[in-house]
Design a protein around this ligand. Sequence first.
Ligand code: GLP
Length: 249
Amino acid sequence: MDEACADLIGGMIRIKPRAVLGLATGGTPLGVYRRLIDDCKSGLVSFRHATSFNLDEYVGLPEDHPESYHAYMRRNLFDHIDLPLSRAHLPNGNAADLEAECRRYDALIEEAGGIDLQLLGIGHNGHIGFNEPGRELSTGTHVVELAEATRQANARFFNSIDEVPKRAITMGVGTILKARTIALIAKGEDKADIVRRALEGPITTDCPASLLQTHPQLIVLLDRGAAAKLSRLSPDLSGGSTLPEERTV
Ligand code: GLP
């Protein structure tokens, strides 16, 4: 799955060296980033002319805090590839005027010509970026209160839950859905229920990822565990399957 996803991103860059990539954080993209680093070091792909926009960033966490998404991206990708840092964008969660920062970020994406390929993980509650389930969703980049479930899920990266920021800046679902291609990635059985709800359940703000069903160019890359509850696959995937262990959907 990591290889298929890295090939997708590498393929995009080869076809369009000035591609605009939407990037994600979390545990799921790590293997993809490791492969992109290898591909870049071996000369298979170059990000020299590319631009990137990350989905989100915590509010109030210093950029050099190891768990800020700025630090995550440097550690896991930017420090090891040839993408100029001046074109590797993340929202500034420490801006004095957060509302202005949100508008600046959307304007920057527009100026860059929009996102060609958006890499997207999914939270256990169906969040994409940090667009949390609720009665309504926002289209543009905005400040969000993080759901308790999200703070708990992300507490594994901090010393305690008290250290997990309560707010974040995230691209809105409108910003995400404007990407010309979206690559949704998920791994592990613990994501099987939410992957099924997102892809086969009703389109509802209670599961922000379900809005992806409306996107004309959605590519879904799942490992066997995350795909286990999809009805279209479960007959093949349940016991005695002859599918290879690592299956890409
Ligand atoms: C995080 C990020 C999301 C990410 C999700 C899943 O909080 N804001 O962009 O997709 O949660 O993370 P993981 O891949 O670690 O399961």
